[in-house]
Design a protein around this ligand. Structure first.
Ligand code: ADP
Ligand code: MG
Length: 274
């Protein structure tokens, strides 16, 4: 999506000429814990193009969350380089990183991370508090994002008045409201029942196909990873496999944004993307 004019490095990902949204080169993250050293990330080089839908898998402790934190600009690597949309993320101040995060990345977490005693609408307005939007504009955009998530009529409910699936949809609306090109989701269905998990995954599929949003999602469940188009597996801080796959559910061979799938994307809830 919108590239930064200032980013001089425009890498190409794969053979199809797409620009890499995420590019890591030899990323390493080392934690010193007492006497011992943990290599949470160990020489991780990976490129993810705009418009991809990637599942990150691997056993507990394999470095998945550390990787997400680094590419989410929440944590700095010990060594290696990270380019986000062509911009080198290294050695930037807190404020600059916060601004990059706010513009480029929407986060979705396992525990929803909504503010309690705060309405769904106000939760979704939060990311816009820092970007100078007028209160009226904030409200309109938040309401539109909630509507896109099928939550029209639930704007004034508080998180504890919503089901887990609804809370996660509020969190996705919050992730979308700044029109970030990238969503990072760490175990987004980890606290949900099967039905709500499938609903959430179908929303991600739609956002990916219809809005071209790049989605990178951590899961340890094969059924959840099956919605993605590419599976990257970590073990002991390293990438041990990286495979494309035909996503479950919906068209089998479509390549969103680049070719027209034989079967059109679901349109039953079309228009809600706002
Ligand atoms: P995953 O998300 O795959 O379960 P993590 O990225 O959370 O794995 O952790 C990778 C490794 O780094 C683990 O051995 C974990 O104990 C260690 N680790 C993660 N965060 C910290 C930290 N803040 N301090 C020390 N060790 C950490
Ligand atoms: Mg984790």
């Amino acid at each position: 999506m919108a590239g930064e004019a200032s980013g001089p490095v425009r890498r190409v990902c794969g053979g199809n000429g797409t620009v890499a949204l995420i590019e890591t080169e030899h990323l390493t993250k080392v934690y010193e814990v007492g006497e011992s050293t943990v290599h949470a990330l160990d020489d991780v080089s990976l490129a993810i193009a705009q418009g991809e839908f990637v599942a990150i898998m691997g056993p507990s402790g394999s470095g998945k969350s550390t990787f997400m934190n680094v590419i989410g600009c929440l944590d700095e690597p010990t060594a290696g380089r990270y380019l986000l949309d062509g911009t080198d993320i290294g050695h930037r101040g807190r404020d600059e990183l916060a601004e990059i995060r706010n513009k480029k990345i929407g986060f979705v977490f396992q525990g929803f991370n909504l503010l309690p005693r705060t309405s769904a609408l106000e939760n979704v307005e939060l990311p816009m508090l820092y970007d100078g939007a007028s209160p009226r504009d904030r409200r309109l955009r938040a309401a539109a994002a909630l509507k896109a998530m099928g939550l029209e009529g639930w704007e004034h409910h508080h998180p504890n008045q919503l089901s887990g699936g609804q809370q996660q949809r509020v969190a996705i609306a919050r992730a979308l409201v700044n029109r970030a090109p990238l969503i990072l989701a760490d175990e987004p269905t980890g606290n949900l029942d099967t039905r709500s998990s499938v609903e959430i995954m179908e929303l991600f599929v739609r956002l990916n196909r219809e809005a071209g949003i790049t989605i990178i999602l951590v899961t340890h469940e094969q059924d959840i990873a099956a919605f993605s188009r590419r599976v990257v597996r970590f073990r002991d801080g390293r990438i041990v496999s990286d495979e494309p796959q035909q996503p479950a559910g919906g068209d089998a061979g479509g390549n969103p944004g680049r070719s027209v799938p034989e079967s059109a994307p679901e349109t039953d809830r079309g228009g809600r993307l706002g």
